[in-house]
Write a new protein. Structure first.
Lengths: 249, 249
DNA sequence: CGGCGCCTTGAGGTACGTCAACGAAAGTGG
DNA sequence: CCACTTTCGTTGACGTACCTCAAGGCGCCG
């Protein structure tokens, strides 16, 4: 179904766990992960800091709101969404998380998660207990860990810039461009964007209505700029998308 | 002039430096800073990790775009703005930084700063070299440092949620509410918001036009909801602002 | 086949952006 | 100290892009 992003081959829920030493060497996110600069002995020590690698199916929760924030996660494969619920009951799809991204860090501010994170496809994620952060620094994973944190910050800033753009086409184009950059960094084909989320979620995330998003995608499809698949979008003429998103850094 | 936020008493630029041990004990951000949980001997060790406390005047640069990203900063006093410039030449005021906030972390992703950060008032900031992060973890500042990072992430998410709201009044109200929360956390009077930035910068930050911002503030002023000062806003009827910002978590 | 999400398409109103003129404040130089 | 310039903020008129409300396809599953 989703040939672009690595997906979990296991099929069960929370109880499945893999030791990182088994998998870091062959991890699809190796090049962007904390483990990038490590080898041999250091990888073994890293294993002590990553207590479980969780395997999730579509709609499985990685963590839910008000769970204790004693751990954060790195996406290994698949796609996740983070949802925040306001006191008024509104839901906001704050982030989509692709492989190599750090998830759930903000829980350290209050000790509890302030959002829920859900798998949109069959996915895997590495769990890092925050009490082990110090150890990760001392075994030489500090640079890579800082880079993960910094990239999360960088992603947010790009998101914010994109949301400041009021034109719907610009926002959607910006979202596509940012996603293409992520895919390129991961070594995947950037012209096929895996979009396992619903239109509703995507519209919510972009601060647009479902109708507006639908209209723009329809327009681009008719113009031959994109090709809409069931759960992905193929970019046929990247230049036109790029010119709509010139506002991004 | 600005009685609300602590400002630097020194008057010179980059060359002034204060050792943290002199100042952490009396730092206005003590309660929200990395140093919060430390005392005596640990504070001394912290001193080795914070190489200079910089004193800046209005319009002084904390760092500029493409500076080496070997350090980040914690605001001690005053207010900063971060500006990103797009290839197309557009400027985006991505963040405003108040005391206790971590600044410049995203540079770790690429090794260079991707934005410039400027003091909006007389300000001070602690410089933390990233190569010292590991040491901060080992001397017991890990929880506090993680909290700073997590709060930065939390701030971004709140910002993003606020920008998803398309109504101008809701966005401005949301900005005010978020700022009031920050001031409350710092122990300041949350009803007087220090806004040392220009209207242009604020509008840019909120993804609105100058005119739109001006109209909303004028409307609220006429309605007696706020009182506009030269570089601050007094919230007279908080309830009305809060109802406009119910979309925030 | 019928029901139900999920997405698309349509018509109409409104809020924000754009353009433009005005006004106020701050810095400059004589 | 005062005219000048420049920057910044306010106010107004108008068009347009998006939101709202509503109806209509389309795939999925029973």
């Amino acid at each position: 179904m989703n040939m672009v992003l690595p997906t979990a081959s296991g099929r069960s829920g929370d109880s499945t766990s893999i030791t990182p030493t088994d998998h870091c060497a062959v991890c699809p996110t190796r090049q962007v992960c904390t483990a990038r600069d490590l080898d041999g002995e250091l990888l073994d020590r890293l294993a002590e800091c990553i207590d479980t690698t969780r395997v999730l199916q579509r709609n499985d929760l990685l963590y839910r709101i008000s769970d204790p924030g004693d751990a954060c996660y790195v996406v290994r494969s698949g796609v996740f969404k983070s949802v925040t619920v306001t006191p008024a009951g509104e839901e906001y799809v704050t982030r989509f998380h692709y492989p190599g991204e750090l998830v759930g860090l903000s829980a350290q501010a209050t000790g509890k998660h302030t959002d829920s994170t859900v798998a949109l496809t069959a996915s895997t994620a590495c769990r890092i207990q925050t009490r082990d952060f110090g150890r990760l620094f001392t075994i030489g994973a500090d640079n890579a860990l800082l880079r993960l944190i910094a990239e999360a910050d960088d992603n947010s800033r790009n998101l914010e810039i994109n949301l400041r753009q009021s034109r719907a086409e610009a926002r959607i184009a910006g979202f596509f461009i940012l996603l293409m950059r992520k895919l390129t960094r991961l070594g995947y084909d950037p012209s096929v964007l895996p979009l396992p989320m619903s239109r509703t979620d995507l519209a919510n995330h972009l601060g647009l209505t479902l109708e507006c998003l639908s209209r723009v995608l329809g327009k681009w499809k008719r113009a031959g700029v994109i090709k809409l698949e069931k759960s992905s979008v193929e970019i046929l003429r990247q230049a036109e998308i790029a010119t709509l998103a010139i506002h991004l850094p």
